[in-house]
Structure formats: structure tokens, C-alpha cells
Ligand binder design. Structure first.
Ligand code: NDP
Length: 694
């Protein structure tokens, strides 16, 4: 039997162990041995050092956009191998639908981070946080928060239930941030992650040291963590506690995040009586959450909190649905629920079930027996879905996580009681509420949100598009307070920033411009004979400026604009009413008029490298413009973001002032500018959508 290798220091290393001393991993369906695991002889300290010395510098040499492009390419490669990963997942008890959840979900995370990276991050490797803070009256001393990648390794210890999504959801944000990953999958399904990493390494896409794999026990890995490293964990609360308190983690201040057991609840609103769409949605959600991945989902519904008056109806409807689910060999397409990940996991679940049975009654399922098709119920880790019913006063339903196809119905009388029951879970990854009553929605969400990382409010309006109770999404945070581990992953850019350090930098505007690569107000501007709109992306430099004006605003301009646009708001048209307004001394020019005048002043009209103006950011009108005022615009190239292809984005700082120097309006102008001018393909057009150019 093969002992699986680890991928460390840029090569596959076979453990230095006799086969008999390596731990066997078994097929969840047949009990047959698949592989053996050991990390004996794997030099953990050297692996971490390789990540820090080779992986980190290689990643930091790339920009966010380059890393995003690699994530996208990686997703395409993995997509070509989906069938192989699905087939391998069958051996862990997963049906095709379960495997899709894991494999496609993981590829989806890569794609989301690829797209977010390109759209929301600069083509640079430093990220700004918030706006410039003025620290002195003269404007020569300012502060700016910046994010830079940590120089350590992101050690990622995963759970057995998502051998593909688990590693990828931790890897993608780390990679985009510029931090190398060292993945340690859980033993029972490590053979699937091993194949995943083989595919990734085989693609040749990643820089050296960006990803390493430890196949087997962690050994002394944690002893070698240092101050810039991160430790991300998914698994049981007891292991989370151990890792959090590990001497190296504590001593070095390793950034630690955990996702642990969670007794997620789903509350049925009092309005959602049988016959309403919400009642059916609830039955559907509960059945799905109990049976997808045989209930081995950290987000599955463990506590179904329903009005006392509907306990029987929900129990009957869910039982009816569960009775139709075929259990057995997950390779059989008619099978709706496969096996647990292994016999040990089933033993764990049975132990937890026993504790729950002491305080509950069985509504559906036989804890000791299950009918299966295409497999041997004794050799495979099969189990019937079990729906229990318990009194909410008892502690066990709120404390014992049976990590399998098991949920407990708990009754409530008033909405406030449902809230009190929900928070007895002491912190969950996700909670859901199924109601069409907006008052109930507000009361429950505000009542239980502090105990939850994510909340789903489901009703007839969003059901058609809902991604469901149990699906973590890469754009939303995944993690929860208290019992759920107190960690936070994903959440779009939040997950990237988790791998970076935020620092406040205090300096002069000129220094900040040099440090951040973005022009900072107060830094030098460069005015040359060439209008910046005549410069291609290759020629334009940060700080290039055009100053244009003055243009005098007249009463005739204001009248014309009011009539032409139909904006006859009294402050522009009625001198008496305008003067009575506390903000104005008489008729004022429209804000959109002065911004239009500014464009008229700064634009260079002939065809040139500026291809399109696609928006304004942060527009603020600061001083009213009265007839007779003279406007001057100062437009400065603030950030230049090349994109793949023939053009890139230029963000301009616009400061519109009047004769006394006061700013009338400040804003950013966003343009698309050709990489070279004339462009290689002169007839090429740039499609602009509400999300920006594509
Ligand atoms: P564990 O906490 O035992 O293991 C999770 C991961 O931690 C595995 O990769 C495991 O490796 C590793 N690990 C365990 N001990 C150490 C250690 N001392 N140092 C470093 N790494 C360690 O959880 P299980 O996977 O066994 O699952 C047990 C229970 O956890 C489940 O029954 C369920 O209740 C809960 N769970 C919760 C999940 C969640 O997301 N909330 C997900 C999965 C499980 P190895 O496998 O090699 O021991």
C-alpha cells in the first residue's frame, strides 16, 4: 500500500517510514484501505523556512493583478480535472452532488478571488486603507494606513469534510495577499487533497514555495512557527483550544484563526404556517442540510427552532421528505445520501447521538439500523438521518454537535423565546430565519446577530435565488464567534487583509506618494507642455497635471442650465427663497453645472489615448458658486492601474477652486486610457457596464 508523499521545499518527499508504521486511510463505502499516511522524516522547520525564504519573496514580486491572473488560470486547470476529483471523492462517501459542492465550490473561490483581485485591488503590492489623515495645519505632515503582506507562511490545518474547498478557501486569499501556504489536510480524506495539490503543482502555474503540503500528522510543525506566520484551523473545538494555546503560537504572537464546532440554528417564523411558501422552504432547507454531505457540514442545521404549534407539522413534513432519500453507495446516481467519512467518524456521531437521545425523542430514523443500496451497511460508514425532538430547556441540544445527518426540533412560544434559544448555542457560523414578516426579521436578526457570523433570512421573495443556509460564499465572511471558534475567513477582501499587516504611515505627502505609488494631495504636481490627456499609459506619470481656467459663472449660465436640464430647484432660480436658505446668500450655480464646466476646462477634445470617462468617485461640493465666481480646475494623475490588454485605468484627483482659492468641489475622475497611442487596433471599443469596463 502506498504511503502518500508530502510536497515540501519544492519536491515530493516520501516519508521515511516502514509501511506498517504509517496510518491507514480507508474507503468510507467499502472499508478497503486506500493509502497510508506518515510525516516521519519530513523536516517541518525547513518547509516553513522554504515558504518564508522562497515562497514569500516570489509572491511579493508579483502584483495583486498578476496573482489574480494566476488564480484564474489555476481554476481553469482544476476545472479540467473535476471528474477525477469527483470520482475520488466517492471514496470519502460523497455523492456527485456532495462532490460538486466541494470541488466546484473550491474552484468558485479561486475564481471569485481572481475577479475581486483585478477589480478591487491595485496593480501593485501595497494596498491603501481608508483616506488620508491630515496631521498638521500646513498639510506637510499626513497619515495613511497601508496594508502589506506578512512575511511568514500561512499554515492551514483543514477538516476532513471538505478536502478540496477547505484548502482552496484558505489558499486563495493568502495567495492573493502575497503569502505562501502550507496545507495540512485532515487524515481521513488527505488522499483527495493530495491529488488536488498534485494537480496544482503539475500545472506549473505557481511560483516556487507558494504552496506546500503536509500529508499526515502535523508532527512538530507548530513548534517552528514565528512572528510573521499565520495559523488557520478548521476542526473540533478541542483541537482549536489546543492550537490557540500552543506555546509557539502564544510566544510568537502568531495570527490565529479558528472555525470549530457550531450548533447552527434555523428558526421558523410564527407566520410561516403550513400552506405558506415559507413553511415549505423550511422543510426543504432542513431536509437538505441534514442530508448533504451526510450532515458533515460545519454549517449544517443542528437546531431547528419552530413554534410549538408547528412542531408536529414540521416533524411530519420533514420525515416524509427524509423517508424518500435513498442511502447507499454514492457512486450510484439514485443515491441521495452517501456515507460518513469513515467508521471512526460514525462512532463519534453515535457517541454524540447517544447524549442527545438521553434528552430527546426520535421523530424520524433508526439510530441502530439503516437500509442501503449498492454497499454493505456494516463495512461502509452509513447512517440513517435522524430527526430528534427535545425540550429547549435541556442543555444537550445546544451543546452537543453530532457531526452527521442529525438535527433536533426545539419548540418556542414567543419570538423572544426563539431568540433566547438561538443564543444558547453560544456562537455559530450561521443562523437562518424563515419568515415573511418584516418585524420578526428585524427582531430576530438584531437579537441573534452578535452570536452569528452569517445570517440567512429566507422567504418567498429571495428563495428562487437563495444559495441556502449551508453554503459559505467567498464574498461573505465565514466564521463565527464563541463556540464557532471566533475566526473569520473569506468575506471578499477581508480574507486577503487577514494575511496582511495594517500600518499607519506618517510622512510628508511627497514621501507618501513615493511609498504608495499613488499621488497624495500636497505632493508635487508636474505641469508640462503636453496635456496629460495626450499621454498614453506608457507615457503618463503619477503627478502629471493640467490646470485650466478661469471660467466665470453667469446668471445666464444658471438660467440656461436650469431650463435645459429641467433642474429648477429654487436655490438656483429664486433669489429670495435661496437667500432664506441657511446655506446660501442668494442664487447658486448647480453642482452639476460647475462639474460640467470643470470637464469643459480640463478635457482635451481631439481623439487621443483617453478612451472613456467611466465615473466620478467621492464627489463633494464644498463651497457654493455664485454668479460672478471664477472657476479653475486642477486635475492630477493620482493612480495608474494597467490592465491586461490595450488599456488601463487612470484615477485623477480633481480640485475645482474659485478666485479666492476655496475649493468648490473635490472628486476623483475615472478614465480608461490606451496603453499606447495610436492603439494597435484603432476600431477597438471598450464596453462599459454598470460594473465598469470589461
Ligand atoms: P480535529 O480537530 O481532530 O482535526 C481537524 C484538523 O486538525 C485535522 O487536520 C487534524 O489532523 C488536525 N489536528 C488534530 N490535532 C492536531 C494537533 N495537535 N496539531 C495540529 N493539527 C492537529 O477534528 P476532526 O477532523 O477529527 O473532527 C472532529 C470533530 O470536529 C467533528 O466530529 C466535528 O464535531 C468537528 N468538526 C467541525 C468542523 C467545522 O468546520 N466546524 C469541520 C470538521 C469537524 P489529523 O486528521 O491528521 O489528526
Amino acid at each position: 500500500m502506498v504511503v502518500l508523499s508530502s510536497y515540501v521545499q519544492g519536491r515530493w518527499v516520501v516519508p521515511d517510514v516502514d509501511e506498517a508504521d504509517a496510518a491507514p486511510v480507508r474507503d468510507a463505502v467499502t472499508g478497503e484501505e486506500i493509502a497510508r499516511l506518515s510525516t516521519t522524516g519530513i523536516d517541518m522547520a525547513a518547509a516553513l523556512e522554504h515558504g518564508r525564504a522562497v515562497g514569500g519573496p516570489g509572491l511579493r514580486a508579483l502584483t495583486f493583478h498578476q496573482r489574480a491572473a494566476l488564480l484564474k488560470a489555476l481554476a481553469s486547470t482544476l476545472r479540467e480535472h473535476r471528474d477525477e476529483l469527483y470520482a475520488l471523492s466517492t471514496r470519502s462517501g460523497a455523492t456527485r452532488a456532495d462532490a460538486r459542492f466541494d470541488v466546484d465550490g473550491g474552484i468558485g473561490v479561486l475564481l471569485t478571488y481572481a475577479s475581486r483581485g483585478r477589480r478591487e485591488l491595485p496593480n501593485d503590492n501595497v494596498l491603501l486603507d481608508g483616506t488620508l489623515e491630515a496631521l498638521g495645519r500646513g498639510g506637510t505632515f499626513v497619515g495613511q494606513h497601508i496594508w502589506t503582506p506578512r512575511h511568514g507562511v500561512a499554515v492551514q490545518i483543514n477538516a476532513f469534510n471538505f478536502p478540496v474547498w477547505g484548502p482552496l478557501e484558505k489558499f486563495a486569499p493568502a495567495f492573493l495577499a502575497g503569502v505562501p501556504s502550507l496545507v495540512k489536510p485532515a487524515s481521513p480524506t488527505a488522499y483527495i487533497t493530495h491529488r488536488l495539490v498534485q494537480l496544482i503543482v503539475g500545472s506549473g502555474l505557481l511560483p516556487a514555495g507558494a504552496l506546500q503540503l503536509i500529508t499526515g500528522s502535523a508532527g512538530d510543525l507548530l513548534d517552528h512557527l514565528t512572528d510573521q506566520d499565520l495559523l488557520g484551523f478548521t476542526g473540533s473545538a478541542s483541537t482549536a483550544r489546543k492550537l490557540r494555546a500552543h506555546p509557539a503560537v502564544v510566544a510568537a504572537g502568531v495570527r490565529f484563526t479558528a472555525e470549530a464546532d457550531s450548533l447552527n440554528c434555523s428558526i421558523l417564523g410564527p407566520d410561516a404556517v403550513p400552506g405558506t411558501p415559507e413553511f415549505d422552504l423550511y422543510v426543504n432547507a432542513l431536509t437538505t442540510e441534514m442530508t448533504v454531505k451526510a450532515g458533515q457540514k460545519c454549517t449544517a442545521i443542528r437546531r431547528a427552532i419552530v413554534p410549538n404549534s408547528m412542531l408536529d407539522a414540521v416533524g411530519e413534513a420533514v420525515s416524509e421528505r427524509l423517508a424518500k432519500i435513498v442511502i447507499g453507495n454514492p457512486a450510484d446516481p439514485s443515491v441521495g445520501m452517501g456515507a460518513l467519512a469513515g467508521l471512526e467518524q460514525r462512532e463519534d456521531v453515535r457517541r454524540s447521538l447517544k447524549a442527545l437521545l438521553d434528552v430527546s425523542t426520535v421523530v424520524f430514523g433508526d439510530p441502530d439500523h439503516v437500509e442501503v443500496i449498492g454497499a454493505d451497511a456494516d463495512r461502509g460508514a452509513f447512517m440513517s438521518p435522524i430527526l430528534l425532538r427535545a425540550n429547549g430547556d435541556r442543555a444537550e441540544p445546544h451543546e452537543v454537535e453530532a457531526f452527521g445527518p442529525i438535527s433536533t426540533l426545539i419548540g418556542y412560544e414567543k419570538v423572544a423565546d426563539a431568540i433566547a434559544l438561538a443564543i444558547r448555542g453560544k456562537g455559530s457560523l450561521v443562523g437562518s430565519l424563515i419568515t415573511h414578516d418584516q418585524d420578526v426579521a428585524r427582531e430576530v436578526v438584531l437579537g441573534i446577530a452578535p452570536w452569528h457570523g452569517r445570517m440567512l433570512v429566507l422567504d418567498r421573495a429571495d428563495a428562487g435565488e437563495s444559495t441556502g443556509h449551508g453554503s459559505p460564499l467567498p464574498t461573505l465572511v465565514h466564521g463565527g464567534p464563541g463556540r464557532a471558534g471566533g475566526g473569520e475567513e473569506l468575506g471578499g477582501l477581508r480574507g486577503v487583509q487577514h494575511h496582511m499587516q495594517r500600518s499607519a504611515v506618517q510622512a510628508s505627502p511627497q514621501m507618501l506618494t513615493a511609498i504608495t505609488g499613488r499621488w497624495t494631495a500636497g505632493a508635487d504636481r508636474r505641469v508640462t507642455d503636453v496635456h496629460p490627456f495626450r499621454k498614453s499609459l506608457a507615457e503618463l506619470r503619477i503627478g502629471d497635471t493640467v490646470v485650466a481656467g478661469p471660467r466665470t459663472v453667469t446668471v445666464a449660465d444658471i438660467d440656461h442650465f436650469a431650463e435645459f436640464t429641467g433642474d429648477n430647484f429654487y436655490a438656483h432660480t429664486d433669489a429670495v427663497a435661496a437667500a432664506a436658505n441657511p446655506f446660501f446668500d442668494g442664487r447658486v450655480a448647480h453642482g452639476y453645472l460647475v462639474v460640467s464646466f470643470a470637464a469643459g476646462l480640463f478635457v482635451d477634445p481631439a481623439p487621443g489615448p483617453v478612451l472613456a470617462n467611466y465615473g466620478l468617485d467621492n464627489l463633494r461640493f464644498l463651497t457654493p458658486t455664485y454668479p460672478g465666481d471664477e472657476l479653475t480646475i486642477t486635475l492630477t494623475a493620482k493612480a495608474i492601474t494597467p490592465r491586461d490588454g490595450d488599456y488601463g485605468e487612470v484615477r485623477w484627483d480633481a480640485d475645482l477652486t474659485k478666485q479666492d482659492g476655496a475649493s468648490v468641489a473635490k472628486y476623483d475622475v475615472l478614465t480608461m486610457v490606451a496603453e499606447r497611442w495610436p492603439m494597435a487596433a484603432p476600431d477597438q471599443t471598450v464596453a462599459i457596464s454598470s460594473e465598469g469596463p470589461k
